[in-house]
Design a protein around this ligand. Sequence first.
Ligand code: NI
Length: 276
Amino acid sequence: MITQKNLSMKLDDIFNRLWIDYTNQNPSALKVYELFTNAGEKVENDHIAFRTFDDQRVNINVLSRIFIENGYVEKGEYFFKDKHLYAKHFEHISDKNMPRVFISELITKDFSPFIQQTVKDLLDEPASVKYNSDDLIFSGNIWGKPDYETYLKLRDESEYAAWVYVYGFRANHFTVSINSLKKYNTIEKVNHVIKDNGFLLNSSGGEIKGTKEELLQQSSTMANHINVEFNDKVYSIPGCYYEFAQRFTDTSGELYSGFIAKSADKIFESTNYYKK
Ligand code: NI
């Protein structure tokens, strides 16, 4: 029999592995984390997010399976009309210390034949890859060195598609739960210390997304540039970002646990290309 304790141990392994990959690839994410831990804070994750395509081999249902099998349940769904994305969020059925998991997918049929064909070709390609493997969420780019022209062409239509093309399956971001912080206990204080230390905040739609009335306020860094090996040479392009979330209680005293599509829509832009 699988006990509750064994389940959370497995989940800890999953989140640790995602965290190690994320910080190895994005050293600035570790620096952000250390800003808080060096100040004596204990950092907890509000949520961890993944991106994918809506193809039935790798869609939300496929990526969420490892979490469902470890005690997570589906909680909310979200529509992003302008970006042609769909998302769901999942929570652990009983352990409130476990982070939420947010998974989005690109609605490929809304895009050009070029995007649809590129995604199909990508997914058809690695014959050795088992999309139903438990390792899928850790597998990153399983398609080999990306082609720079293809990357640029994808980016013209969808920054999101270009990001998944280059980075594949991995944590797109971790999110500091501001509710768990003591000294930096408001989003304003968090944004202040982030900027003071030279990190760039995503200012699309304002640095703070959402209001206290909406019960969720979020901000995020712009993804740091990292060197990525394309098929011709190395290019410096945005990788992953770090997010910050502060949640508020509703009139019944219950802490809001969902997401606000209008805010998340702007947070997606944290991986948009920008000149360094
Ligand atoms: Ni997020």
